[in-house]
Design a protein around this ligand. Structure first.
Ligand code: IPE
Ligand code: IPE
Ligand code: MG
Length: 255
C-alpha cells in the first residue's frame, strides 16, 4: 500500500475555512465535457477536501455551492445541480455522519423542490450532535439576501434602533453560532467575493489559487494553510512586535 503522505505541522490552523468552489465549468470545458460533468467532479472533490479538513483539525468549513444568482444559469444546469446535491446527500450522508461531520445549511430552502428540502432537513437533524467538523453548505445563498432577511426579522421582532449592534446582527444571520471565517479560499483565479459571506468576511484572509475546484486536493489545501500560517492579522491595529495578534482580537465570534 502507498505510504500516507505526512504534512509538517503548522504554527497556527484556521478555526474556520470558507471556500468558493469555482471553476467546475472550465474544468469540464478543458476536457470537452458538459458543464455538469465538471459539477460532478467538483462534488467528488468535496468529499476529499472534507476528509482533509478533518485530518488537519479544522473545526468549521463553509462551502459556497449555489448562489442566489446561480438561478440565472440555463435551466438544464440548475436542475442538474439540484439533482447532484440530492445524490450527494443520498450517497454521502452516512459516511459524513460516521466521520463526525455536522451539517448546516446557510441560505434559503424555500425555492428548492420539497423533496430536496426534506432531505436537507433530515441530514441536518441526523448530524446535529456531531462536533468533529461543522460543515456549512451555502446553497441558494446570497450575502445581500442574508442581510435583508436579518433586517426583516429584526424589524418583525420589534428590535429597537439603539439595540442594533454588530453582535446582534450576527445573531440574525444564517451563520449564527458560527465564528467568522479566518480564511476564504477561492479556486479558479477569480478575485471577487460574488456575494459570499459579505458581512462575515470583514477580517478574513483571502487566498486565491488558479487551480480549478475539481483539482483542489489535500496538497492544495495544505498550501493555503501554510500561507495562512504566515499571514499577520492586524485587525486595524499596529503591532508592537512581529507576533500575530492573539485570537482575542478577532471580531465577535460564536454568535
Ligand atoms: C462553480 O463552478 C460551481 C457553481 C457555481 C455551482 P462554475 O460552474 O462557476 O465554473 P466556471 O466558473 O464556469 O468555470
Ligand atoms: C460563485 O461562483 C458561486 C459559487 C461558487 C457557488 P460563480 O461562478 O457563480 O461567480 P461569478 O459569476 O464568477 O462571480
Ligand atoms: Mg464560476
Amino acid at each position: 500500500m502507498a505510504q500516507e503522505k505526512t504534512y509538517k505541522p503548522l504554527s497556527k490552523i484556521p478555526t474556520h475555512v470558507a471556500v468558493i468552489m469555482d471553476g467546475n465549468g472550465r474544468w469540464a470545458r478543458a476536457r470537452g465535457l458538459p458543464r455538469l460533468a465538471g459539477h460532478r467532479a467538483g462534488t467528488e472533490n468535496l468529499r476529499r477536501v472534507i476528509t482533509a479538513c478533518v485530518e488537519f483539525g479544522i473545526q468549521y468549513l463553509t462551502i459556497y455551492a449555489f448562489s442566489t444568482e446561480n438561478w440565472e444559469r440555463p435551466q438544464e444546469e440548475v436542475s442538474g445541480l439540484m439533482s447532484i446535491v440530492e445524490d450527494v446527500i443520498d450517497r454521502e450522508l452516512d459516511e459524513l455522519h460516521r466521520q463526525g461531520v455536522q451539517l448546516r445549511h446557510i441560505g434559503r430552502l424555500e425555492r428548492l423542490n420539497p423533496q430536496l428540502q426534506s432531505k436537507v432537513l433530515a441530514a441536518i437533524e441526523k448530524t446535529k450532535n456531531n462536533t468533529r467538523l461543522i460543515l456549512a453548505i451555502a446553497f441558494n445563498y446570497g450575502g445581500r439576501d442574508e442581510i435583508a432577511c436579518a433586517i426583516r426579522h429584526m424589524i418583525s421582532d420589534g428590535v429597537k434602533p439603539e439595540d442594533v449592534t454588530d453582535e446582534l446582527i450576527g445573531k440574525y444571520l444564517f451563520t449564527h453560532g458560527i465564528p467568522d471565517p479566518d480564511i476564504i479560499v477561492r479556486t479558479s483565479g477569480e478575485m471577487r467575493i460574488s456575494n459570499f459571506l459579505i458581512w462575515q468576511a470583514a477580517y478574513a484572509e483571502w487566498y486565491v489559487t488558479p487551480t480549478l475546484w475539481p483539482d483542489f486536493d489535500k496538497d492544495e489545501l495544505y498550501k493555503a494553510l501554510v500561507e495562512y500560517a504566515q499571514r499577520e492579522r492586524r485587525y486595524g491595529r499596529v503591532l508592537e512586535t512581529s507576533e500575530c495578534v492573539p485570537d482575542v482580537g478577532k471580531t465577535p465570534a460564536g454568535r
